[in-house]
Design a protein around this ligand. Structure first.
Ligand SMILES: Nc1ncnc2c1ncn2[C@@H]1O[C@H](COP(=O)(O)OP(=O)(O)O)[C@@H](O)[C@H]1O
Ligand SMILES: [Mg+2]
Length: 233
């Protein structure tokens, strides 16, 4: 499948406020961003600035109060929850700071999961998942459970799971935030390399200015909007 030149991600005028707590918080106030295939974008910003909220909205896991978010030409708002689930499985891969692997399943079974959800036959899913785990250097760890892996290895399994479906859009929320410098570097290299290879567009939330600098563009989330990241203030 080619992703052509069309926009993989097209977000416009996105607003999000959290109400219902002691105070209403306006987290995003008219955020827009566009990404094409194979482009990478880093988003930085202080803790609490709304980075995770934005990624959730981009991935259709939560609803914006206003604005529109299209992934591969289809707006989340126009889909039923079931359609959103299928669209997400088809087009979006997520990586989080904590791996969110299923603890009772092996690395191989965890990586097979998104393929089984889209009803790929087990033998084929096992083959694809195994090859993806080899690509992240874990060909010798297929039967290990998350608890039997190091932090960096767990995160590489999470990468394999996010990429096994060859998503057009990869959303990564501080994927290296919990790792030592060497593991962080390896995970970032794999993430960026595999995204490039598959032509996935990537949004990477990171605190790490050096990792951000290795993405095509960097935007800073500040005062509820996205701004060009100038020289460090
Ligand atoms: N479910 C929620 N209900 C109410 N407020 C929330 C919720 N999730 C996040 N917030 C608030 O929204 C702001 C942005 O949070 P978040 O997107 O997690 O920031 P970041 O990922 O940049 O640290 C914070 O002030 C947080 O307290
Ligand atoms: Mg966050």
């Amino acid at each position: 499948m080619t992703h052509d030149d069309q926009l993989v991600l097209d977000a416009r005028g996105v607003r999000k406020r959290y109400a219902g707590g002691p105070q209403t918080v306006l987290v995003l106030d008219g955020v827009g961003l566009q990404l094409r295939a194979a482009e990478s974008l880093a988003i930085t910003g202080a803790s609490g600035s709304g980075k995770s909220t934005l990624l959730h909205l981009l991935g259709g896991l939560d609803q914006a109060d206003d604005g529109s978010i299209e992934v591969c030409g289809q707006a989340w708002r126009d889909m039923s929850p079931a359609q959103q689930g299928r669209w997400r499985n088809r087009h979006v891969g997520f990586v989080y700071q904590f791996h969110h692997l299923l603890p009772e399943f092996s690395a191989l079974d965890n990586v097979m999961m998104p393929l089984r959800i889209r009803r790929m036959p087990a033998a084929e899913a096992r083959r694809e998942a195994g090859s993806m785990l080899e690509q992240v250097g874990l060909g010798e760890r297929l039967r290990h459970r998350p608890a039997e892996l190091s932090g960096g290895e767990r995160q590489r399994v999470a990468l394999a799971r996010a990429l096994v479906t060859r998503p057009a859009l990869l959303l990564a929320d501080e994927p290296t935030g919990n790792l030592d410098a060497d593991s962080a570097d390896r995970v970032f290299e794999l993430l960026a390399g595999m995204a490039r290879e598959h032509g996935s567009a990537m949004v990477l939330v990171t605190h790490d200015a050096q990792l951000a600098a290795r993405c095509g563009r960097t935007l800073r989330l500040q005062h509820a909007s996205l701004q060009e990241a100038g020289p460090a203030a």
